[in-house]
Design a protein around this ligand. Sequence first.
Ligand SMILES: [Zn+2]
Length: 235
Amino acid sequence: MLEPIAQLLILQNTDQHLREVTQALLQLPQEKISCEKALRDADEKLQSIRSSEHQIEREIKKNEGDILAKQTQIARYRIQQMETRKNEEYAAFNHEIALGVKAITALEEQQLELMEKCASLQPEIERAQEVHAIEHKRVNAILGTIDGRSENLLVRQRELQNVRPTLTLPIDEDILDRYERLFKSKNGMAVAAIEHGVCTGCHMQMTTQTILSAKAEKEIMICPQCGRFLYTEED
Ligand SMILES: [Zn+2]
């Protein structure tokens, strides 16, 4: 292999690693935000089902109060009824007491329905709690790795950045310049192999002449379509 191409390939390998490391570092804050959102979503789901339960419990309590009030009222009517001597008033109390008893029956029926509703919610709450716990465990495990991953990536990034100048030093300035531009514009691939007669950068079929010249390794070859540096390791 031509020496400049061999040097470029080592540089490209380093630059590709550097690019991966840098992209991974850039993704970490976003990953953290997604994790925190997942935790909030899990909390909200559990909160929502719990607030349904609390709503029913409040209704049950209110009903209890209403029933008690009706019972107190009926007791008061009964005392007043015993004290009256007028038949009309006596009959009116009877009527009021009957209405009160009817209202209590209705309230008690409602109370049963609410209690059943509350009971039927319990398995759902338990499931929601389980899902919540699992989700918290999962997301916290990921969150726990983010700082460590960030540190490792930063170390790797520094290592690669430190080694890079020693790799670029022996490379001709014009070649390096062309390489840098290609690496940026061609998605991290400035040097491409010819495999099965095709440029692996752009997949164009190379002419026999280009393939032979690449094999001869006398001069630096450039892909006529994509402009990448070419080399071949095929016989
Ligand atoms: Zn090409």
